[in-house]
Design a protein. Sequence first.
Length: 280
Amino acid sequence: MGIATRAVAGSPVIEVEGLSVSAGSGPMAAMLVKDLSFGVAAGEVLGIVGESGSGKSMTAYAIGGLLPEGVAVSAGRIVLEGKPVHSLPSVNRRALAGSRIGMVFQDPLSSFNPVRTVGSILVESAIRHHGVSAAAARHQVVAALVGVRLPHPELLVDAYPHQLSGGQRQRAMIALALLNGPSLVIADEPTTALDATVQLQILALLKRGAGSRAMLLITHDLAVAATICDRILVMQRGRCVEAGPTAGILDAPAHDYTRELLAAASWPTVIGDLAPAGAT
C-alpha cells in the first residue's frame, strides 16, 4: 500500500483506497496512478500537487467518472459518502458528477458549449437534478451567479461564454459546480489561465463556496495549494511521495521532489479576500 493521507477529523466524504489507473491493457498498459490512498472530510480542502503527467488530474477524473476512452481504474476503491462508486455503470457516474460531485475545470471557455448561453446550461442542470420548472431553475441560477459575485447576473445569465472575461467564466463554472449542493467539489487547475490578481479572487471564492463540503484542489503550483488547502498530497510519476498538513509540507518538506516544487512555486505577495464583483 502506498503513502496514505487521511482526513483529520470526522468520516471522510470521499475515500480513495489503493487506487490505480491505467491506459491500455495487457503487458503494454501504462500505469498513470499507482496505489494511491487518501480521504477528505467535510469542510476540508486537500491539495493534490505535481507536475504535468504526475497523475493528479487522472485521479480527479477517476473520482468524477470522467476518465478518457482507453483509460480505466485498474485497482482500488473509490467511496463517496460511504458508498462505493468506482464500479457503478457510466450513467450512474454521470448522475453523481452533476449532483454529489461538482467539477471546476481549468478552461471554462472550452467546457461551456459556445453556442448556448451560460444561463441555459445552468438552468438545464437545475431542472435535471431538482425537477423544478424552467422559471424556478432560472431564479436559482441567478441566485447562484449572485453567490459567486458576478456583476449584473440578471444580464449575464443570457450571455454566451465568449462574452464573458476569463475570470467571469470561471466564476460561472464555480456557480455550476455548486448549484446542486454537492458533497464534494473537485477543482482541476482552476486558476492556471488567469492573471495573478484574478487567481487570488477565484481561490478565495472556491474556499468560501466549498464551505462545509469536501474539496479537492488539483494544481501544479504549491503556492496555489498553500493558499486554501488544509493538507497537501504530492504526486510524482503516478505515486504519492509525500503527504501531510500544509504547514508541515511547506516548513519541512521530506522529499526532494517536494523541495523542487517549493523552489518553483509562484508565491503571491498577498492572499487577500474576494474582490467586489467586477469585469475580471
